[in-house]
Design a binder for this molecule. Structure first.
Ligand SMILES: CC(C)(COP(=O)(O)OP(=O)(O)OC[C@H]1O[C@@H](n2cnc3c(N)ncnc32)[C@H](O)[C@@H]1OP(=O)(O)O)[C@@H](O)C(=O)NCCC(=O)NCCS
Length: 191
């Protein structure tokens, strides 16, 4: 099992010229039934909790999209025809009995994972760039939250206009182990 979060390694100014572009054969598409197994494998590689539980998760993700296509999307990144990452968008609508620090109702970027051998090639950025117009076609605001210790995630999202809104947030089913939850928001750009 790899670490849950990528080690934080900000790029120095002198490394700017070394920034690689995404692979020429990178493609991004919405997840299909044929991707269930490999998305489960990517999730298991990350957290080691077992393939079968992640298959259930991936199938339920497909079902959720079929039920509410404007509230949920899941996409897969491929390089040379192999799936090497995935990412989601979902609506979170906390119930009236949720804690007072619950995240607001809205469309959230979530669940972006790139397989370790393919990281730092611009694939997380490409998965995020795909999802921003999807959200802005449906909402004035895009949200995401991350563990405070996942500074890699904060840096990835910053270039998309996200700004920190609140710390110590509650989000359904997310434990924020080792840190606290941080909520970010980006507004739809003016035309
Ligand atoms: C976060 C994650 C998806 C990034 O994917 P990636 O394909 O490696 O990201 P990219 O190559 O597109 O990087 C885009 C920008 O994100 C930031 N970034 C990515 N990895 C970073 C790292 N290890 N340290 C610091 N910043 C990083 C940088 O600003 C980077 O731009 P740069 O390479 O030009 O400096 C990947 O590290 C991952 O799967 N992590 C584990 C799961 C996770 O934490 N998901 C986020 C939960 S909210």
């Amino acid at each position: 099992m790899a670490d849950l979060f990528a080690a934080y390694a900000p790029r120095d100014d002198h490394m700017e010229s070394a920034r690689p572009g995404p692979p020429d054969d990178l493609s991004i598409h919405t997840m299909t039934a044929a991707d269930v197994d490999v998305v489960a494998a990517i999730r298991d590689e990350r957290d080691g909790s077992g393939h079968s539980g992640h298959v259930v998760w991936a199938r339920s993700a497909m079902a959720r999209r079929a039920r509410a296509p404007d509230d949920f999307e899941i996409i897969v990144a491929r390089v040379a025809d192999a799936a090497i990452g995935y990412a989601c968008v979902w609506r979170i609508a906390p119930s009236e009995t949720a804690p007072s620090n619950a995240v607001p109702d809205g469309l959230y970027l979530g669940g972006v994972v790139v397989r370790p051998p393919f990281r730092r090639l611009g694939i997380g950025r490409a998965l995020t760039a795909w999802r921003m117009p999807w959200i802005f076609a449906r909402s004035d605001a895009a949200y995401y939250f991350a563990n405070s210790i996942n500074r890699t995630s904060h840096d990835l999202h910053r270039e998309f206009g996200f700004r920190e809104i609140r710390r110590g947030i509650w989000a359904p089913g997310v434990p924020f182990t080792g840190g606290e939850g941080v909520l970010f928001r980006a507004d739809r750009p003016e035309d």
